[in-house]
Structure formats: structure tokens, C-alpha cells
Design a protein around this ligand. Structure first.
Ligand SMILES: [Zn+2]
Ligand SMILES: [Zn+2]
Length: 230
């Protein structure tokens, strides 16, 4: 994996001499020795957190208003595993990018740092171990961040929980075992419905979602999954 680009998966090219390049994730300018065939350079600090950097890069560059489409762009990175706790911030980050691209108000730097740091608090395997899927929690985190909810909030305090509860119900409907793709798609679909009905926030939604990851998932429900395509 270290020889392919975290953003687009293209092979890395090593340069004869170091060059000043702008990091495609954090925007910093550094002297580097490698970039991918499509020109992406990623600095050492960003390279140390590959899944986070892949998610951040998509948020920074995508123009899509559809959080499912954005999540699929993130999932296409080789740094985002079939299953893993990166989905616990990926869902919130996809919602945030779609919200921003739809004209939503947010200080993006602060909001993106918040959804990522809060999403990282949810460990891997939380779905089975705590009866609480991190993709659903992530949707609640998104709402908390854009509504600036704190434990002392009155108006929005319950909204984040109802968002998480609605998404959790949608995730649970499909049954186990866990699939971080299926659970993310279910949470995102329900999150869009909730945002429209309860917060008046309209994001683009996909008519149908087709998963391209089933061959990597030994426990795929196949015909039992609404997103499966043979
Ligand atoms: Zn690339
Ligand atoms: Zn960087």
C-alpha cells in the first residue's frame, strides 16, 4: 500500500531530486521525493494517518452534494479498509462535505477537525461490543457539530440523539454480521431523511446504491444486502 497513492490508488513515482510540492491533504508546502502518477503529493505527517488523510482529501476536493457518492469516493482509497473504525469518522465527514457543497454554513476547518476527532473516539468493533454502530454515531456527531451542540444545549440536545437512534435503527434492520460499507450506506440514507424531515436540510440522495466492495467481504450477506450487486 505504501507504493500507491492514498487518494487515487495510482502508483507512486520517485523523483531524481527533491522538489517543493503542496500536500494534497493539508495544503502545506514541503520538500518531497515522491508523488503519484496523477500528481498527488502527500506530506510525511499526513502519510502517518492514511485513512484520515484519504477522507480529508476527499472533503477538500469533492464538489458533490450527495453524501453517499462522497462516501464512495472515500471508500475507493486503498487506505480505507473493507471494515474498520475509519468509518466512524468517514460517515460524518461525507455528510459535512455534502452539507458544505449544498450551501450549508460551517467553519470547515474547525468542523472537519471536530468530526474526525470525535469519530475517532469510537473504537473498532463497537457495533457488536456495545450495541451501537459507529456509522450511526457518526451521523449524530455530524449533527452535533453543525448545530454546535454541547451537554448544556436545550434546543438541539435531543436532535443529535434522535439522529443517532434513527440511523441505528436503519443499520439494525439489515441484521449481522457487521459490514462497514452496508452500515455506512444505511446510516447515510437515514441521515439524509432525518435532516430533511427534522432539520430542513436538503442533501442530494442516491436513487439506488450499488456496493462495489462485496468481493472483499467474506461475510457479505450478498442477496440479503440491499446494496449487493453480483
Ligand atoms: Zn494520486
Ligand atoms: Zn499534509
Amino acid at each position: 500500500m505504501s507504493d500507491v497513492c492514498l487518494i487515487c490508488g495510482a502508483p507512486l513515482k520517485y523523483l531524481d531530486a527533491a522538489e517543493e510540492m503542496q500536500c494534497a491533504v493539508c495544503g502545506g508546502v514541503f520538500s518531497g521525493n515522491a508523488r503519484c502518477e496523477n500528481g498527488h503529493y502527500i506530506c510525511d505527517a499526513c502519510h502517518a494517518s492514511p485513512a484520515e488523510s484519504a477522507v480529508r482529501a476527499v472533503v477538500l476536493h469533492t464538489t458533490s452534494k450527495n453524501p453517499i457518492e462522497i462516501a464512495q469516493q472515500m471508500m475507493a482509497s486503498p487506505a480505507v479498509h473493507m471494515h474498520g473504525p475509519e468509518h466512524h469518522f468517514l460517515v460524518a465527514a461525507a455528510l459535512l462535505a455534502a452539507y458544505k457543497n449544498s450551501g450549508g454554513e460551517a467553519d470547515m476547518n474547525t468542523a472537519l477537525n471536530a468530526v474526525i476527532s470525535r469519530g475517532k473516539l469510537v473504537p473498532g468493533g463497537f457495533c457488536g461490543m456495545a450495541g451501537n454502530c459507529g456509522a450511526a454515531v457518526s451521523a449524530g456527531i455530524f449533527l452535533s457539530v453543525i448545530q454546535k451542540t454541547t451537554p448544556l444545549s436545550e434546543e438541539n440536545w435531543a436532535a443529535g440523539m434522535r439522529m443517532t437512534a434513527a440511523c441505528l435503527e436503519a443499520v439494525a434492520r439489515h441484521g449481522g454480521p457487521r459490514c462497514c460499507k452496508r452500515d455506512s450506506f444505511a446510516a447515510l440514507t437515514q441521515a439524509c431523511r432525518f435532516l430533511k424531515e427534522e432539520a430542513g436540510i436538503l442533501l442530494e440522495v442516491s436513487d439506488s446504491i450499488i456496493c462495489s466492495h462485496s468481493s472483499k467481504n467474506r461475510e457479505c450477506l450478498k442477496e440479503g444486502c440491499p446494496y449487493y450487486s453480483p
